[in-house]
Design a binder for this molecule. Structure first.
Ligand code: ATP
Ligand code: MG
Ligand code: MG
Ligand code: MG
Length: 464
């Protein structure tokens, strides 16, 4: 079953159960300036859950484009390392705004997985929040999940909250067992972080309102928010273990292999490139442009990672932007906004590739030399020089070092950054009155001034 068919089946299933099909909202949230990117299906419904907004429906379903590459949810470090994480993915969701609650949410999910998709029941595991006897009772006694594949989890993994205060509640998650040939333990066990038991669907039961003192008060109208990763469920349905083996990714991987002249389709860099072309294209289509802070800097970090993986495949010329065409071929039908923005996306990517090409090769030579010399940890000074002079985001340097089993001196990097800031201040370049003057050359990458550096550090570290 193709990914596009699964997406459609999901929406149709919930539509037939009285849900309005709501289109995906953009990746830049319109209703929440504190959130870097839309990272779940519920984001566009936040004010509906909070009771601040009403809609003409009380049940909704969507296939929401999501990015988890910064802020509270950051899976950038996982891409290229796990079988299940992307920076960009699609979240299928169904939502109840004060209408049905746990029982229907669970029964719908189970019916969709085992009847519509015909997934064998004995491959599915279920978790609930440890104290949620109500959900446990439905799973064990109504659905009939055998206790051996049922786990109560007491950690925050199974308790969702929108923020420090406000709506929150227990979750119940459904996992698929990809079999003993893959490493990893069942949910709740010590080595549950492997890729054998893969979480496919999270059902969140918004049940309480947390006040300023931390006390929980029952919500008058409890609600439901669920999310299932399309790529993960597609892997299950297509009988493959890794998300990168599904139809959609295979086309992108073949395109990336083609463009880079790579014959080994299993090359890890192809996976990273095919993940990143989705995130970068959709972010640009939704209005983000590469820059030195905030969202723009996250985008720049992802693009530069992709370019570096191209470099690893011996690409010295721009190659990444060619893949936009292939991506539009795979996803343009489901996301017409991508089709509309195609020429713009290509232009922005090409420019960023040309810009980074000016410093990438020299930076890589310095880094290679240091990585050959250093056996344990890359000096903060080196990380800073690569960052400041060669436009290497810290996480890019860290990722390249990690491939050799070498860490980076984070504190040393920060110290070098502080020194630079003080030098800039002492040399009087810094405008103390406005405090935010930028003295770099606009068209070329020349590092950041002091306050921008702070913003960058915040973007890179504090939000994670
Ligand atoms: P994981 O524990 O595997 O990192 P999660 O608990 O962070 O997942 P949720 O926040 O519960 O994920 O999101 C709901 C669903 O979205 C998950 O069950 C999964 O199917 C999917 N999902 C989450 N993160 C990713 C990702 N980075 N790439 C692809 N799918 C994802
Ligand atoms: Mg996660
Ligand atoms: Mg999880
Ligand atoms: Mg989860």
């Amino acid at each position: 079953m193709k990914s596009s068919e699964i997406r459609q089946k999901f929406l149709t299933f919930f539509e037939s159960h009285g849900h309005a099909i709501v289109p995906s909202s953009p990746l830049v949230p319109g209703n929440d300036p504190t959130l870097l990117f839309t990272n779940a299906g519920m984001v566009q419904f936040k004010d509906v859950f909070l009771g601040k907004e009403t809609r003409p429906y009380i049940r909704a379903t969507s296939a929401q484009r999501c990015v988890r590459a910064g802020g509270k949810h950051n899976d950038l470090e996982n891409v290229g390392y796990t079988a299940r994480h992307h920076t960009f993915f699609e979240m299928l969701g169904n939502f109840s705004f004060g209408d049905y609650f746990k029982r229907n949410a669970i029964l719908f999910a189970w019916e969709f997985l085992t009847t519509t998709l015909c997934i064998p029941k004995d491959k599915l595991w279920v978790t609930v929040y440890a104290e949620d006897n109500e959900a446990a009772d439905i799973w064990l006694n109504e659905v009939g999940i055998p206790p051996v594949r049922f786990v109560r989890i007491a950690t925050a993994d199974n308790f969702w909250q929108m923020g420090d205060t406000g709506p929150c509640g227990p979750c119940s998650e459904i996992f698929y067992d990809h079999g003993p040939e893959v490493a990893g333990g069942p949910p709740g066990s010590e080595n549950s972080d492997g890729d054998r038991f893969i979480e496919i669907w999270n059902l969140v039961f918004m049940q309480y309102d947390r006040d300023g003192e931390g006390a929980l008060h029952p919500l008058p109208k409890p609600s439901v928010d669920t999310g299932m990763g399309l790529e993960r469920i597609a892997a299950v349905m297509q009988g493959v273990h890794s998300n990168y083996e599904i139809d959609l990714f295979q086309s992108l991987i073949r395109a990336a292999a083609n463009v880079t002249g790579t014959s080994d389709l299993a090359n890890n860099s192809l996976k990273v490139i095919s993940d990143h072309i989705r995130a970068c294209s959709f972010l640009i289509a939704d209005g983000v442009i590469p820059g030195n802070e905030g969202r723009g800097y996250v985008l720049r970090r992802i693009i530069r990672r992709a370019i570096r993986h191209g470099y690893r495949l011996e690409q010295k010329q721009p190659f990444f932007y060619f893949l936009v065409n292939d991506l539009v071929g795979c996803m343009g039908q489901a996301y017409p906004e991508l089709l509309t923005a195609k020429a713009h996306v290509e232009m922005v990517l090409k420019q960023e590739e040309e810009r980074f090409a000016e410093t990438l090769e020299n930076g890589m030579q310095i880094l290679e030399a240091e990585l050959t010399r250093e056996k344990k940890q890359l000096a903060g000074e080196v990380v800073f020089r690569l960052y400041d002079t060669f436009g290497f985001p810290v996480d890019l340097t860290a990722d390249i070092a990690r491939e050799r089993g070498i860490g980076i001196d984070q504190a040393g990097f920060e110290a070098a950054m502080t020194q630079q800031r003080e030098r800039a201040r002492a040399s009087g370049k810094f405008n103390m009155q406005s405090g935010i003057r930028y003295h770099g050359v606009a068209t070329q990458f020349h590092g950041y001034d002091s306050l921008q550096q702070e913003a960058v550090i915040q973007a890179v570290y504090k939000q994670d």
